[in-house]
Each structure stands twice: as C-alpha cells, then as structure tokens.
Write a protein that binds this ligand. Structure first.
Ligand SMILES: Nc1ncnc2c1ncn2[C@@H]1O[C@H](COP(=O)(O)OP(=O)(O)OP(=O)(O)O)[C@@H](O)[C@H]1O
Ligand SMILES: [Mg+2]
Length: 406
C-alpha cells in the first residue's frame, strides 16, 4: 500500500499556490508514496491553526505570506511544529545569515522559485524517508508514532441529567476492558467545564485538570504529548482521564483553541477518545463536536428532552454534523407514556442503542465511584453499554439495537 505524505502549502498568492499544487500532484516521481495536500494557507495565522489540525508531514512555507512573511516566520513555524518538516520556498536565494537561522531552527530544506518539479519531489521524498527511518530508530518509537485511525466520540445531550457522565464513564471503562487484548488505548475527557463530575464518578481526586493544561498552552504557545500525558490520570493501564476544572469559575479560562489543541494531541496517542460534553452548544463544545467522528445524542423519554434533542439535531444539521450523529436512548422503557417508536418518529432518526433504567445498579455505582460495568457486569444496563461499545468499535453505522425490552 502506498504511503501518504501529508503536505500543507502556505503561500499568499493563489496563482503560485495553484502552480505548487500542480507540481506536487502531476508527477508520479515518488515510488510507493502518494502526496496528499491536507491544507492550504495564505497567512501565518492560518498555518498555525491548520498545522495543529492536520499534522502535516511537510509544510511548504513560502516567504510570501498574507500577514507576515519571510524566513523568520518559517523558522518560528519549524520550532513550533516539530513533528512537521518545514521547507522554505523563496523568490531569492537565502543570505548566509538567513541560512544559519534556518538551520538552527530545524528548517529541512529550501527551494528557490521557479521550482523544478523533479527537485521538489526528490527533496520531499528524501525528507519523508529520513523521518520514517528516524522514527523507527527512536527508543520507544512505538509509543510516539501516532495511532492508526483514532476516533473521537462526543457524548452530547441537550438537557441536564440525561446520563451523559454515567454513560461516558461506563462506556470508556467497558471499551478499555474489551480492547485491552488489542493494545488499544482510551482517553476520557470531561468537557463539562463548570460542573464536570467524571472524577467523582470514578472516585478520583485530581491534582491537575484541563485548566492547568490550558494555562500551559497559553504560556508555552504549544504543548507536546509528554506534557499532555502529565495531565492525564491513569485509571487503567489503557484508560486515561482528563478531569474538568475543580471550580466552576475556572471554566472561563478554557477557550475553544485549547480544546482543539488538546483533542488533536490526544488523537495521536489514544485510539478512542470519549468526550463528555456539557449540555450547552458553547464554542468549546462545537469544536469538540466538529472534531468528533461520532456524536452520540443521548436523550431520555420525556417530552422536554425530546424537544431539545430535536432542536439540537436541527442546529447540528446546519453545521453539517448530521452524518455522524447517533441517537442513544437512556432510561428506555416501554411504559413511559411515550413509546420508543414514537421517539424514533419524533426525531426522524434510527436509535443506535437503548439503555435501560436501573436505579438499583446506577445509584450505588455513582455513590461509590465504581462504574457499574465493573460493579455489576451482568446487569442489563452493563450489557447495553457493552453493546454500544461494540457498535462504536465495529462501525457506528451498523445500527441494530438489541431487543432486550421485548
Ligand atoms: N440508565 C439509568 N438508570 C438509572 N439511573 C440513571 C440512568 N442514567 C442516569 N441515571 C441517574 O441520573 C443521574 C444523572 O446522570 P448523569 O450525571 O450521568 O447525567 P448528566 O447528563 O451527565 O447530567 P449533568 O447535566 O448534570 O451533567 C445519575 O446520577 C444516575 O443516578
Ligand atoms: Mg454530567
């Protein structure tokens, strides 16, 4: 199978950018490799956002950018995005002084316009090859190589108390257990930034939370995977938790950009990231929903919740999220004055999983801080979580709820 080299192009001039794309995509110069242009940027700010988002292998940095250009900006990008290789493209050969700066900041190569297609492909191929060899030689390289096809699952519910935290925690623990033999790692993130209670449900006393991590991002401009790991609490060998702030007022210190950076980094290391979202569609939550591969819209069988779920579906449809939304019905029960079929009809969507209501299992488990999938693994509610976990792992598209309610 061909290896994909992900490239970000940064160039203010559209025509030059189109020319560069043509040079990259029209010559099969690299055997066994294919080039994918993951993003295009006109200015340095865009480069920062897009590089964080798409983790390119190569950043082709023109010295002609919309906001500020020049060699120094490329050096800054090379120092910030250490996992990407920066190639400078300039109109003129670099001066001795610029060359020195470029070398010191880890710029991998530079090319002068007009660019020779064969040389461009040769340089890209060599850099990519060298990087692959270096990764293989690194001690513990298996840990730092990004995981294959990571998935983010956002647990959203448009009303309080629908069971987001209960289901997220139990789902994460269940997935960690069932995926352990395959060496898969799970992360659980509490994005209920004001009143998050994942820590309580797992009986954890966090010393560090997401607010500290966000402050580090502010101070350092960026964070690496090691720093991220120091903020995660190990709940199981393959399950790490990022707790919400301990005080509601700290929520204001966390911005959407922090969430984006954190999720981006977590994805490199964890196969499945489960995000317990707050009930509001804040900017941070929208970022998480946007980055998610699957959005679980959790609801219970009462009219106000169903109404809010419908409204959320409408908003998310406008945002283009519809294809990844899966409905999960919590506390599903046939004698609720409203039937499961009626809920399905009201939402005009299939239901991915039905979770029974079981206070005798859920309440002691919450109060003791022991997930019910551990404390009561044979209960129906635990079985439904296991079934949900299996569907997420297999393919969220195979929607066939188990008919335990019949
Ligand atoms: N399937 C269930 N069976 C029994 N009890 C349940 C079930 N789901 C949720 N509960 C109860 O509802 C309570 C609230 O659940 P949870 O805290 O997970 O909801 P939430 O959506 O995260 O709420 P919040 O809006 O406060 O974040 C739990 O403490 C639990 O006792
Ligand atoms: Mg909650």
């Amino acid at each position: 199978m061909a290896q994909t080299i992900k490239i970000l192009i940064a160039e203010a001039n559209l025509e030059t950018r189109v020319g560069l794309k043509k040079l990259l995509l029209t010559a099969p110069v690299l055997p066994g490799k294919e080039i994918e242009i993951v993003s295009e940027a006109e200015g340095v700010k865009e480069v920062e956002v897009l590089a964080a988002k798409s983790s390119p292998d190569i950043i082709l940095m023109s010295t002609n950018l919309k906001d500020i250009g020049g060699v120094e900006v490329s050096c800054r990008i090379a120092q910030t995005f250490v996992n990407s290789s920066v190639i400078i493209i300039s109109e003129h050969p670099l001066s001795q002084d610029e060359l020195k700066k470029a070398m010191l900041s880890g710029i991998r190569s530079f090319l002068v316009q007009p660019i020779d297609q064969q040389e461009l492909h040769k340089v890209i191929g060599e850099i990519f090859e060298l990087n692959s060899q270096r990764r293989e030689k690194l001690p513990g390289a298996t840990v730092s190589v990004p995981v294959d096809k990571p998935k983010i699952i956002a647990m959203f519910g448009a009303k309080g108390g629908v069971g987001r935290t209960l289901i997220s925690t139990n789902l994460a623990v269940s997935m960690a257990e069932s995926l352990k033999p395959q060496n898969k790692k799970i992360a659980l993130i509490d994005l209920d930034l004001q009143f998050g209670d994942i820590a309580i449900m797992l009986n954890l006393t966090p010393a560090k939370t997401i607010v500290g991590l966000s402050k580090e991002i502010n101070e350092l401009g960026n964070i690496d995977e090691e720093l991220l790991e120091s903020y995660l609490i190990k709940y199981r060998d393959n399950l790490a938790v990022l707790p919400a702030p301990l005080k509601p007022e700290e929520a204001d210190l966390i911005q959407a950009e922090h969430i984006e950076r954190i999720l981006d980094l977590i994805k490199n290391r964890y196969h499945y990231t489960i995000v317990d979202c707050s009930r509001t569609l804040s900017e941070s939550i929208l970022v998480a929903l946007g980055m998610a591969d699957t959005i679980i819209l959790l609801l219970t069988m009462d009219i106000p919740t169903i109404k809010n779920a419908k409204l959320s579906l409408e908003v998310m449809e406008k945002l283009g999220f519809s294809p990844k939304i899966k409905i999960v019905l919590n506390r599903a029960y046939t004698k609720m004055g409203i039937s499961i079929a009626e809920v399905k009809e009201a939402l005009a969507s299939p239901i991915m999983e039905l979770i029974p209501s079981d206070g005798r299992v859920a309440i002691p488990s919450v109060n003791e801080g022991i997930p019910f999938v551990i404390k009561y693994p044979k209960s129906n509610i635990s079985k439904s979580i296991k079934s949900l976990a299996d569907k997420i792992v297999e393919s969220p598209d195979k929607i066939k709820p188990k008919k335990w309610w019949k």
